[in-house]
Each structure stands twice: as structure tokens, then as C-alpha cells.
Design a protein around this ligand. Sequence first.
Ligand SMILES: Nc1ncnc2c1ncn2[C@@H]1O[C@H](COP(=O)(O)OP(=O)(O)OP(=O)(O)O)[C@@H](O)[C@H]1O
Length: 256
Amino acid sequence: MPKQVNGPKRDPAIQNELNDSFKEEVKAFLSDEDKLHLLDDLTKVNPVTTTTVLKCLQARYTVDVFYTYAGCSLVAVNPFQPICRLYLPELMKEYHTALRPQELKPHIFAMAEQTYRNVESQIEPINQSIIVSGESGAGKTWTSRCLMKFYATVAASSTSPKGSETVERIEKRVLDSNPVMEAFGNACTLRNNNSSRFGKYIQLQLNRSQHLTSASIQTFLLEKTRVAYQAPRERNFHIFYQVCARLINLGISKVH
Ligand SMILES: Nc1ncnc2c1ncn2[C@@H]1O[C@H](COP(=O)(O)OP(=O)(O)OP(=O)(O)O)[C@@H](O)[C@H]1O
């Protein structure tokens, strides 16, 4: 049988030398610690290793910078505390009116605005998607809410009061549906007190004038097994505790 060849074999001495020079490069990059937080795009990290990327994100986190580009993606680090200045309406406006939003500081509003402009340009694909992914507790729900708020602000018709009313209504409906969906689909886990145990596909529809006209939410992959079994120190879906609390309030101690 022919042997599988995985590229040319290197002389061990050359390989060692390369390894050493690579380690030196990593060391040199990390020695410039004071400047690490200035790297607003992970594609500028050189050499790219798990350590150099994480050190860069950590340096930015230390100076309260939570967003970093990775090419055309955005990496968001959860601050685990409210940072009001990051989500002010004025900031939304700044990103919305900027000539090149991608040249401003990395932010979820920049991604939101770029997507909005891609739709506006009418160049294929006109339908745009934003994928918010990450491990449990990373901040996906938070980020989706920020996106909704952004579009509710920028995609409201400024000329027609009826148009802004429609957007307010859509935004209110979507945001008001959250407590109901979270009651049936969220639970307290070891990682997140309000963990979504299902996926969400939110669609926002714009008309030709780029104004929000409707929205829909589809849910999928609900973790149904949680109803019958919860890992130690985790809980069932919120709705069970909410029903029990209400029954206790009403003085009902038994239900059949
Ligand atoms: N940018 C942020 N600023 C402030 N707090 C945040 C931010 N992002 C996330 N958080 C906080 O972190 C916690 C977890 O976030 P969130 O529920 O959005 O995570 P998730 O990725 O949706 O988790 P899961 O997959 O378990 O549902 C929340 O309590 C939220 O308040």
C-alpha cells in the first residue's frame, strides 16, 4: 500500500530552529504589553496563536474595551456589568451617520449599520443575516437586544409619524414577547441564571425606503429534556416556578 505523504519532511534541526524562532516571535509580540490593547482587529495580531489572541483580548478587557474586530467578524467580550456609555442613543446615531462606520471603534452598532447599508445598496445578497454565536452566558441574547434596539431607532421613518409609530409597535411587540418566551424557554444553569435553552431566528422586514415594517421570531431546538431532568444545581424552565409562586400567593397548596 502506498504510504500517505503529509508534505515534505523537515530536517529535525531546521524544525527546532523554526520552533525557537516562532517562540521568539510570540515572546517579542507579548513583550509590548502596553500596546496590546490598541489592536482593534485580531488580524493585526502576529503571530496568531491562542495565547497572543487571548492576551490581546484580555489587554483590551482590562481597559474596558469589550469589542474587537476579527476581519469582518466582531468579537464581543461579556463585561458582566452594565456599561451604559456603550449603548447610548447618541452613539447609535454616531455609527448611523458615520461616513465609514467600520473606521470607528469596533462596536455591535458598526456591524448593525454595515448590514443595514448592505441592504440599502440593493446589491446581492439583499437579504442580510447576522449570526450571533458563542457559549452559554457569552452575551448572545444581550447582543440580539442591542441589534433590535439599533434597528428600531435607525429604521424608524423620520418623515412619517405613522412610520415611527409602526416601528415602536414592532419593537414593543418583539421586546414584550421576550418575558413570555423566556418563561417557557429559559432556565437557571450553572453558567447563566437566565440561560436560553432554545435557538432563535429573528427576522426583520424593511420596505423599499429602509423602514421597519414587520418582524417575526422562530424558535427551534428547545431543550425539552430539562422538563424531566436537570443537572445538579440547575433548574427547570422558569414557568414552573412562576406557576408555583402564583399558586402559593393564592393559598393553593395542592394541584392535580
Ligand atoms: N454587553 C453586555 N453588557 C452588560 N452585560 C452583559 C453584556 N452581554 C451580556 N451581559 C450579561 O451577561 C449575562 C449573560 O448574557 P446572555 O443571557 O445574553 O448570554 P447568552 O449567550 O444568551 O447565554 P445562553 O446561551 O445561556 O442563553 C446577562 O446577565 C447579561 O446581562
